[in-house]
Design a protein around this ligand. Structure first.
Ligand code: HCR
Length: 393
């Protein structure tokens, strides 16, 4: 039944919402969703989903065998999918519409390490473009010399009752000791359950992880009604570039269990249970110590209002931020300058990406992400030396 999962008080808003998405233009930020489907989390926070298991994030750095290392990178990637694509569903009861970050918005944090084994893992996430919305991030573990950097935007379309989302951008995982890079492509997704008022994400098609050491992982996604008939299913293979032999296969559900098998003997060599593997909480500075551009400080009033269900204040506080932003863009335009991103820079070309992308015919689609973005070590080092408060705010 249409809107079956919609709270009674919001029932009357669901029909009109369904009609409005049927004619929507592809810009997710402009989609006006009924209040109960609004989340108080900004998209800049989603970058953290890449490392909620720091022990898996750094595991490849400890592996001396190149093929097993590539396998551990694949395993870590698969372990992030549950956080990325179904954690809101599980925590909030359905997928929700995140806050649309403003240009320059930051989300900074660290996964501390009580064990003393893993070392600190830092997260830097920054909104590098507002039109179109693009978030860039770097996740760094100095102790093991592991760094992930990437950026992404979304291109959406509506068809046959679902929202289809294509992700533009990519991620690059780097291992310092082995001087290895892994180019990770991002899955397309669609949203199921919209008609019933309980949207959740299902991943589409396939993605790849291409390593500079010559390994290729291919992950094929399928949902309910496909091969296994279970939602959030996948099968993955790891092969040596140019070779025909499958070294390892992994299959199962990314929100549940999956098993790793040897490609030849088909015997199980490893397994993972996403349901019972605990995440490590991200430490974020208390609001009063945060920079004014940091997400939770900047959105505090909006978030409180959403939490209280106070629509009027939500709207008013959102407008304040939007107007301030509009003013700033106007001033920059008049003065012929562009907002200086704090941690990232736009580049003509990222040689690491170009080299790995050429192996798979992957393109950057820079026109859809307002450029190619890289983590700027120079800016980062300068900021570490003297954390300057923001001038604009
Ligand atoms: C599509 C989506 C916003 C973007 C979210 C992304 C793609 C962001 C980058 C993360 O690394 C991975 C990721 C996971 C999310 O699943 C995805 C979101 C799912 C829904 C949301 C829409 C904007 C919400 C539309 C409104 C619906 C609920 C009616």
């Amino acid at each position: 039944e249409e809107g079956a999962a919609v709270p009674p008080a919001a029932k009357s808003s669901w029909g009109p919402f369904l009609k409005s998405i049927a004619s929507f233009n592809g810009d997710l930020a402009s989609l006006t969703a009924p209040p109960f489907i609004l989340s108080s989390t900004s998209l800049t926070e989603y970058s953290g989903y890449w490392a909620e298991h720091p022990e898996l994030f750094i595991a490849p750095a400890k592996e001396k065998d190149a093929a097993k290392r590539a396998l551990l990178v694949l395993k870590w990637f698969l372990s992030t999918l549950k956080q990325q694509y179904s954690s809101r569903n599980e925590k909030l009861g359905s997928e929700k519409k995140p806050l649309n970050p403003f240009l320059g918005e930051l989300f900074l944090g660290v996964w501390k390490d009580e064990s003393g084994v893993i070392g600190e893992t830092k997260l830097i996430s920054e909104q590098v473009s507002h039109h179109p919305p693009v978030t860039a991030y770097a996740i760094i573990n100095e102790k093991y010399g592991v760094k992930l950097e990437g950026y992404n935007g979304q291109k959406a379309s509506f068809s046959k009752g679902t929202i289809n989302v294509k992700q533009v951008g990519h991620a690059i995982y780097h291992l310092k000791e082995f001087d290895e890079h892994y180019l990770i492509t991002l899955p397309s997704l669609h949203i199921e359950g919209i008609v019933y008022g309980s949207p959740y994400v299902e991943l589409n098609k396939s993605t790849t992880i291409t390593s500079s050491s010559g390994y290729v992982a291919t992950i094929d996604y399928s949902g309910k009604g496909w091969i296994s008939g279970k939602k959030n299913s996948f099968t993955a293979t790891l092969t040596k570039e140019g070779g025909k032999d499958v070294l390892y296969t992994i299959d199962g559900q990314w929100n549940d269990k999956f098993t790793v098998k040897d490609g030849k003997s088909k015997s199980e060599v490893d397994s993972y249970n996403a349901k019972i593997t605990k995440t490590t909480p991200l430490y974020i500075a208390p609001i009063e110590e945060q920079d004014p551009l940091e997400s939770r400080r900047a959105w505090q009033k909006v978030q409180d209002a959403i939490g209280r269900g106070d629509l009027e204040t939500t709207g008013a506080e959102k407008s304040k931020i939007e107007n301030e932003q509009r003013e700033m863009r106007k001033r920059e335009k008049e003065e012929g300058r562009e907002w200086e991103r704090r941690y990232f820079s736009r580049v003509e070309e990222d040689p690491v990406f170009t080299k790995l992308a050429a192996k798979r015919e992957i393109t950057a689609e820079a026109d859809k992400t307002s450029g190619i973005w890289v983590f700027d070590e120079e800016k980062y080092k300068k900021l570490l030396a003297s954390p300057a408060p923001s001038e604009e705010s």
